[in-house]
Design a protein around this ligand. Sequence first.
Ligand code: ATP
Length: 245
Amino acid sequence: MTAEVGGTPALALAGLRIRRGRRQTLAIDDLVIGPGEVVGLVGLNGAGKTTLLRACAGLLAPAAGSVRLFGADPRAAPARRALAYLPENHRPMAVLRGDHWARALLLGHGKTMEPTALASACQALALDPALLGRPVGQWSKGGERKLALAATLLAAAPLTLLDEPAAGLDPRARVALKDRLLAARAEARTVVLSSHLLADVEELCDRLLVLRDGTLIFDGPPAALCARYGGIGLERAFLAHIDHG
Ligand SMILES: Nc1ncnc2c1ncn2[C@@H]1O[C@H](COP(=O)(O)OP(=O)(O)OP(=O)(O)O)[C@@H](O)[C@H]1O
């Protein structure tokens, strides 16, 4: 467990157990994320990253234990107001215009949409705001992802959970996303993001969580994991830890 940075933790898990049928898919005994931390969640396919993020967002009922967002149950109104969550494969109805979808996403986070702010948020993610008046079904998948990210980040929630935010983005958009996340970090917002891109996690995150088979096997700065394996680089250190840690 890492101590909270100050005040109420943004996220606190205790004795958490998530099951699918009779199978346990997640077991986290103790995890505290303080306000202002930017945390990278990594693990091989099926390790439990999405399950953990969904549990934090209050979308999975724990078989045991608790999840607290700023001290509140994630399904309670105060926690919902503090949270912005973008799932991995969030797809809109194809007939929805981009700006209408963005409005719906923001409403879901309790925010109203300022058209100029949305246009700037799109530009900041290398998305042409001229697309906003067109049905999303006519956009590329990367365009949809950029819009979903723009609206989620525009919510400026105290806690943002992003499931593989960079998946499907081109290099320009990925760099733009990293700049937006670095800006969120500078504003002391708490962000937890899952990713398979270890270099991005190393660049963005103060803290790395490594999941293996639904359990947390590393919690600390990315540099500490590299140092443990003799400075072989984060990706190789991650794999060494998965295999032997
Ligand atoms: N709908 C489902 N029904 C049953 N089991 C599921 C379902 N979704 C995920 N699981 C199982 O839960 C475990 C964790 O899956 P999860 O999707 O959380 O992993 P992940 O780390 O996000 O994987 P990936 O990197 O592939 O996205 C896996 O064993 C997976 O098979």
